[in-house]
Design a protein around this ligand. Structure first.
Ligand SMILES: Cc1cc2nc3c(=O)[nH]c(=O)nc-3n(C[C@H](O)[C@H](O)[C@H](O)COP(=O)(O)OP(=O)(O)OC[C@H]3O[C@@H](n4cnc5c(N)ncnc54)[C@H](O)[C@@H]3O)c2cc1C
Ligand code: FES
Length: 258
């Protein structure tokens, strides 16, 4: 069993956009085991079911873990109410993360809104060879630009209303990038409709593509089937797969986006 249950200390909480929080935690056991694209299951004290949150950063040497989450309901609202010094009960790291190429390969990452945090460790991994395309409703909702750039990554911000960066969808920005540059690998996390289009573009340009599926979850460790999603087998038939165990990252051609 590679995952552990760890009582972690919240070192620094910051509201980085309205309703979006960044937690920096002392979590040496989980940070030591973490890989890009994995997640932790967070105990939100009054609720029995843990909430899955992607690992938005980890430093094994310093024993530090970063989580970035949006308040969506009762669990994340409770989590956001914690203050520095609080203890947070985490189970992790869970799931299969993003397959990595050599760090001198050129990677393009496409994040839709709160799907952007799991791509941040990839910015660290690929550094100046990383291009992050991240999409938000409006300028005030933009997150993680400085963090991605601090790792040397180029960040193309897209907003629906054109108040910051490229006015339009991330998939339009990706199309431009693919026309004008060469990439060795594509990674994406965000709304299914966005990831479907990203997968189609990657296929058209014959680039390997990995998608992170953020299905609703319950146990997070393969016991309840609450996270099953449709995947394609090699013979073209469909199968149901547990995202918490076999994902959240899948090779794009395995996923049935319909
Ligand atoms: C692998 C994975 C990684 C994720 N990473 C992040 C992240 O980095 N940042 C972030 O803001 N959000 C992330 N999410 C979504 C996050 O888990 C939900 O927003 C959160 O569980 C909502 O809980 P709640 O109690 O606030 O909402 P409620 O709607 O009150 O939750 C009720 C129940 O539904 C489950 N649930 C609701 N929405 C989701 C959802 N989208 N995914 C999974 N379970 C859900 C909750 O766990 C809980 O059991 C991730 C989801 C998955 C599966
Ligand atoms: S969340 Fe229970 S099997 Fe995946």
């Amino acid at each position: 069993m590679r995952y552990v249950q760890e009582q972690c200390t919240l070192i620094y909480k910051e509201e980085i956009a309205k309703g979006v929080f960044s937690f920096t935690l002392k979590a040496p056991q989980i940070a030591l085991r973490a890989e890009c694209g994995q997640f932790v299951n967070v105990l939100c004290d009054p609720f029995q079911l843990r909430r899955p949150i992607s690992i938005g950063g980890f430093d094994a040497d310093a024993g530090i873990l970063r989580l970035v989450f949006e308040v969506r309901g009762k669990g994340t609202d409770w989590l956001a109410s914690l203050e520095d010094g609080a203890t947070v009960d985490l189970l992790g790291p869970l799931g299969h993360g993003f397959p990595l190429m050599a760090s001198d390969k050129k990677a393009v990452m496409i994040g839709g809104g709160i799907g952007t945090p799991p791509l941040l460790p990839l910015c660290r991994r690929y550094g100046k060879n990383a291009t992050l395309i991240s999409g938000f409703r409006t300028a005030s909702a933009v997150i993680l630009k400085e963090d991605a750039e601090a790792f040397g990554a180029r960040n193309v911000v897209c907003t629906d209303d054109g108040t910051s960066g490229f006015a339009g969808f991330t998939t339009q920005a990706l199309e431009e990038e693919l026309k004008n540059g060469t990439f060795d690998v594509v990674y994406t996390c965000g709304p299914k409709i966005m990831m479907k289009k990203v997968a189609e573009l990657a296929k058209a340009y014959d680039i390997p593509c990995y998608v992170s599926m953020e299905e609703r979850m319950a146990c997070g460790v393969g016991a309840c089937l609450g996270c099953a999603c449709k995947t394609k087998k090699e013979d073209g038939s469909s199968a149901m797969t547990r995202v918490c165990m076999n994902g959240p990252v899948f090779e794009a051609s395995e996923v049935d986006f319909e």
